[in-house]
Design a protein around this ligand. Sequence first.
Ligand code: E4P
Length: 222
Amino acid sequence: MKFYIDTSDVEEIKAALDLGIISGVTTNPSIIARSWNSFEDAVSAIDAVVNEEMEVFAEVLSTSCEDMVKEGKKIASLRKNMVVKLPMTMEAIKAIGILSQCGIKTCATICFHPVQALLASVAKANYVAPYLSRIDDIGYDGMKTVKEIHDICRRYDLRTEILCASIRSPKQMIELAKEGIEAVTLAPSFLRSLMTSPSTEQMIVKFQEDWENAVRTAVPSV
Ligand code: E4P
């Protein structure tokens, strides 16, 4: 499973990269708007801290195919290994096909239904991003949707990878891993929360206390 960090905060990105398990950085317009005034500034700051082989994802704001293609080309030119995110619409399907023919990597994002993902895969999107918990939020079964997308892509041998977004619990992570989902993008705080547990912390304290007690009570050697 590939892990991406979902932020444009450079300090958070550096901290995540230090773990040595991150394949790249994903953003969306809301994430970029929290810290930056332009996509260019955000991507340039991210580019300065990531390895040039790492993928950086940025999303178009345009809604027509023509404008999505123009904006997608501009995003792709910002650095090597950009992935252009396109919100899943009919216009996006057309734009994904065109960008793909130009050799530009794409991600069909905000996917809420397996059929959207199927169409994006046939259009040759490199990634499709289902919003797992947001599917639950509207009363459907997010995990079932992600698994259906995975089954469909495997059945037709489609090369599109699933980049699962909107993951909020360790239980969801385990289900996704058991399913063999190719990639996940995680908020920095959620990634941090996955790395430990209160029981682990308790045991660390116990080991340290036991060691210190043993050292204090040991008979000093002459
Ligand atoms: C992806 O682009 C989104 O930033 C993210 O996965 C949404 O997660 P949330 O539904 O927990 O806010």
